[in-house]
Write a protein that binds this ligand. Structure first.
Ligand code: TXA
Ligand code: MG
Length: 344
């Protein structure tokens, strides 16, 4: 299959929508990461997403809508509760995914056999135009090969999926850079399943206390069932191994410089302030206290690791666990397969 790399003009969005109406799959920019979109109400089209990504079929997909009214129009859920409405009013359009009890129009491929469905109204103009133009709602996981870092540019999508999908719309680099916050309202107490740019603290301000699923911060035991199936898979990994360093900023620099003396094939994903102090190769992702920039650059940094020749090991600061940094921690700890070195 020849994958078209499209600009974001009206006629290209119309062309992409034609692919979707015909049961095809298209890479689309969103404010978080690029998604791989297909008609969410067409099970056969949705299966093509799993095939292109190499994604296990037991990992459900998010349904993207272009307007809150789509929930009713397409009869997506069995109940749109008051809490859901409150969250939607506060955070949509934007990087929050809400899990609700599904209706029976949701194909099994989308819900992976669960009785719930994940719904998101993205704020990205191109994504919303594409959804509207397609005349349906779109199932879209991140547009990477399963296991690799989520794509934040159209080129990342092409690198992973060229030849496997119909087209990619180039909307430039994604603003947020990490995937949406996922919260389920299908449990008695709302539960955070994946941290993102919308934080636990911000959600609690509007709906009160929420639980944070264990899988957000901890490694699941082998026999433990993941509330969000995606959390059980190895994720976000470059080919080189990633190790997190829990240390003061100075101790991080000392550690990396000492390791570099022993092995010059290491590199560091670090803060801007570290660059001058480190003797190894560096991939800076923003200032130490600037979580927004770090989120914006993280996945590109993980992809850059594989572009560096001979790099076998990457050291990164272990992120803080609050605010937007909870999302950084959640992604990096998986990229590192939970390997953390703690230095006093
Ligand atoms: O920002 C995003 O959310 C991006 C863009 C493209 O919108 N999409 C995305 O999709 O990250 P994906 O498939 O890579 O991640 C969706 C996560 C997975 O961990 C999946 O297991 C979980 O959401 N999920 C989806 N539906 C679910 C459900 N019904 N119950 C529990 N978890 C669900
Ligand atoms: Mg993904």
């Amino acid at each position: 299959m020849n994958t078209l790399l499209l600009g974001s003009e009206k006629e290209n969005i119309e062309l992409a929508a034609t692919f979707i109406k015909n049961g095809g799959v298209v890479g689309m920019p969103t404010e978080t990461v690029y998604g791989l979109a297909a008609d969410a109400l067409n099970g056969e089209a949705v299966r093509k997403i799993f095939k292109a990504k190499g994604r296990p079929m037991d990992n459900p997909l998010i349904v993207h809508i272009s307007d809150v009214a789509d929930i009713e129009k397409f009869n997506l859920v069995s109940e749109f509760s008051d809490k859901a409405r409150t969250l939607a009013e506060k955070f949509w359009p934007g990087p929050l995914t809400i899990i609700l009890k599904s209706s029976d129009v949701i194909p099994n491929e989308v819900s992976a056999g669960l009785s719930t469905v994940a719904i998101r109204l993205p704020s990205h103009k191109i994504a919303r135009k594409l959804i509207k133009e397609s005349g349906t709602v779109l199932a879209a996981p991140s547009a990477n090969k399963s296991g690799s870092p989520s794509p934040t540019t159209a080129q990342h999508v092409m690198n992973d999926l060229s030849g496997d999908i119909d087209a990619v719309i180039d909307g430039g680099m994604c603003d947020v850079g990490v995937e949406s916050t996922v919260i389920t309202l299908a449990t008695t107490t709302p539960r955070l399943l994946r941290p993102g740019f919308v934080t636990e603290e911000e959600i609690e301000e509007v709906i009160g206390h929420i639980d944070v699923d264990d899988a957000v911060l901890f490694k699941l035991k082998n026999d433990e069932k993941a509330a969000s199936p995606g959390m059980k898979y190895k994720h976000y990994s470059p080919k080189a191994s990633v190790v997190l360093i829990k240390a003061s900023d100075d101790a991080f620099v000392d550690f990396v410089n000492r390791e570099f003396k022993k092995d010059n094939s290491i590199c560091a994903i670090c803060y801007d302030e570290d660059v001058k102090k480190l003797s190894s190769k560096t991939i800076p992702i923003g200032k130490a206290d600037d979580f927004t920039t770090q989120a914006h650059l993280l996945f590109d940094a993980l992809r850059q690791v594989d572009e560096q020749e001979d790099v076998t090991k990457v050291y990164a600061h272990c992120p803080k666990k609050h605010g937007v940094s909870m999302a950084l921690y959640n992604r990096l700890i998986r990229a590192a397969s939970f390997e953390v070195i703690e230095i006093e």
